[in-house]
Ligand binder design. Sequence first.
Ligand SMILES: NC(=O)c1ccc[n+]([C@@H]2O[C@H](COP(=O)([O-])OP(=O)(O)OC[C@H]3O[C@@H](n4cnc5c(N)ncnc54)[C@H](OP(=O)(O)O)[C@@H]3O)[C@@H](O)[C@H]2O)c1
Length: 358
Amino acid sequence: MTHPVPPLPTTTIAPPSGDPFHSSGQSPGVRTLHLLGPGAVGSAFLQQLTGLPVRTVAISDSSATVFDRNGVAVDSVLRHKAAGGALASLPRTERIPSELAVRVVAADIVVDCTPTRAADTQLAVARGRAALQNGSFLALCGKNALAAQVPEWLLGAFRGRVGVHAVLGGAGQQLVRELLDLREHASSLALVGNVTTTVLVAAIERGASLEAGIADATARGLLEPDPTLDLDGSDAATKLLLTWGAVFGESWQQPRTLAAVSRQDIRSLDVELVRQRARRGATTRLVARGSRAGNDLRVAYEEVPAGSPLAAPPDRVVYGYELPQGLRVHTGLAVGHERTAAALLDDVRAFLRAEVRS
Ligand SMILES: NC(=O)c1ccc[n+]([C@@H]2O[C@H](COP(=O)([O-])OP(=O)(O)OC[C@H]3O[C@@H](n4cnc5c(N)ncnc54)[C@H](OP(=O)(O)O)[C@@H]3O)[C@@H](O)[C@H]2O)c1
């Protein structure tokens, strides 16, 4: 079904003048926001945004940017996208690369909900860098750019300006709060950060085939737009890389890449072994591990005792940090596109609160 789209009140993008951080101008206290990627997460985020002192002044998809410093007609844009339309097919949109749009719009807050694709990592980094160099707050839900930049974005001059709550499935604010302590004292990481594989293991334990489990996870919207990332362990490995980089990495070192992480594909999993463990009262999880030395990064299906913090149920992620006093566990519940959007919103709220305090 298609929806009629009323003309959008767009204006030509002009470079901002004066202090970009106060680009909203007309309404003191109201922050401007640029959303990149009005897909499943981005659309849910914009729908949840009501009530905050934030005005959406730009929305970019892969084809173009809709811009209006007085506020974009968000509902019309979302209806257009839900009907399968590209932003470039709307009147008076700007067909410029989104990293350039970020630089020119110079919104106070940039929320990046573009797909996580290895081939696009440098573009994602360029978008994030453009936002941060403008003085914007950057909220992320994709992993690749953060994995490539993590010590610089979380610890350097941009500290406090990058929201990662959604990237870590709702466990990102805990990591940021405790980061300096973890960097000093943690010796290793143990993460169950990929919920899709937990859902698949639970299906196998109930007697379903892997294929039926994949169909169930797809119906629940839990698979990445590119499902291979979940199935071959790349998503879990990328989360390990970015968490390892945050806790143990240094900005002057080359970031480790996926090639440094040994990975197990769920399609090589022995399903009978998984069911045997379940009959014994244990379970199986895709656990990502790495020590401070960083020469042992791996993602593999492990037997996990039922009472272990790593035996995370399929509605949550667990990020474990080994400290002298034991494993410190951060749990996140931002699973699926609505909760991921809510985690992004938590980052925006935290940013607005910090602004009030400063
Ligand atoms: N879905 C979830 O439950 C979930 C959970 C956690 C994290 N995430 C992460 O959230 C991100 C978005 O996921 P999603 O499920 O919302 O994906 P999606 O539905 O495929 O939406 C992606 C959106 O990004 C747009 N886009 C692509 N390239 C772009 C570019 N260069 N500049 C601006 N926009 C661009 C796409 O535009 P077009 O329409 O023009 O292609 C589309 O609107 C991913 O990084 C994913 O890993 C998702």
